[in-house]
Design a protein around this ligand. Sequence first.
Ligand code: SAM
Ligand code: DTB
Ligand code: SF4
Length: 387
Amino acid sequence: MAGLLSISEPDATQPTDASTQPDTTNSDFLANLATDATQTDSKVATAYSREEIAQLFDLPLMDLLLQAQTIHRKHFTANEVQISTLLSIKTGNCPEDCGYCSQSGHHRDTTKLQAEKRIEVDKVIAAAKRAKNSGSSRFCMGAAWKHPSAKDMPYVVELIKEVKALGLETCMTLGMLDTNQATQLADAGLDYYNHNLDTSRSYYEQVVSTRSYDERLDTIENVRNSGINVCSGNIVGMGESRDDRIDWVLELLKMPKAPESIPVNLLVPIAGTPIGDKVLAEGQLSVLEWIRTIAVARICCPTSYVRLSAGRESLSDSEQALAFMAGANSFFYGDKLLTTGNASQSGDDRLMRELGLTKQFAAPRAPKVLPVMDAMSGHQTQVVLAD
Ligand code: SAM
Ligand code: DTB
Ligand code: SF4
């Protein structure tokens, strides 16, 4: 295990208190973890059993962070982070009843969220330009829909093309997509589609009743098959158990390919939502458990970007530093998420300087369908590019 501390062979010169140390000495799996990370990605991304994931969660925190950071450095440039800016392009009155979400029409009498119709293309482009000028490399557009309607498709296709023309990567999160819609977005050149599983299959029914876990997986499969990069993550701190967080990791590993981007949201408890109200009354989960979840996601999906998502506004610099140590290498940048506040941009600039983090540049996919002029007829036509 060149260059890595072995967690199974403690330094004999250091005093240890055997009564307080978890027994990790019998686990070949833990001893070989970082060595395994040098093997092929497909092996690493599918190799973990439920028990092994549970063992990772149980590690002493410093051991877990060390392993996660070591694995991170085998697959990514150390100290480089990808940053994205979010914009809500259609806010509130969502027909789904997600128990954490300010935008659900089911909670509108208690959240009092001001709903807004689709915002005009020009306004989206202006926000994307501001994001680009601030140094963001990806622009993520979210809509509170169960799924886009047929009349929404030309609008979102136009947004993808216009935002890409600025040299930004594009991401969308619009609810469920069928195969045809996923293909239309892929043809327009969409780089990422965000669709979170949020939690385990068994806890999901405590979180939302208007759609099923399998519908969520179907959309992710449609996105994957279309060639768009998959962004799929969770929310930590909704009242789910450690077992639910383990099962969520297992769901990622069951996919034919792990998501390229994994947002790990820390619940923002929003007053007036059923889950927000419960957490506000009963107390929030320890931030360290969110950090452990980030580390386990990093270890199990070593080539995925792991994103610090909702919840950073309430965290200290030191807590965020630990999350980067745990292998997170992307975050949402800008003063607002969708409907709630984010850590401030100026604060993030300062934090990045203090931690020595640098921003990664954008690498947008080329659109698959390009407009061209037919030289003979003078009419506008399209070419479909090969993959
Ligand atoms: N409507 C689309 C959907 O559900 O896929 C996209 C927007 S939705 C707001 C995107 C994600 O934001 C959710 O899947 C959830 O993981 C996260 N999210 C929403 N509200 C949150 C909250 N209060 N705290 C933490 N994460 C939240
Ligand atoms: C994701 O996983 N988190 C982002 C993004 N994907 C779309 C959204 C966070 C929303 C937080 C609550 C809000 O601002 O409404
Ligand atoms: Fe709608 Fe998405 Fe909010 Fe659920 S999380 S209520 S689908 S906007």
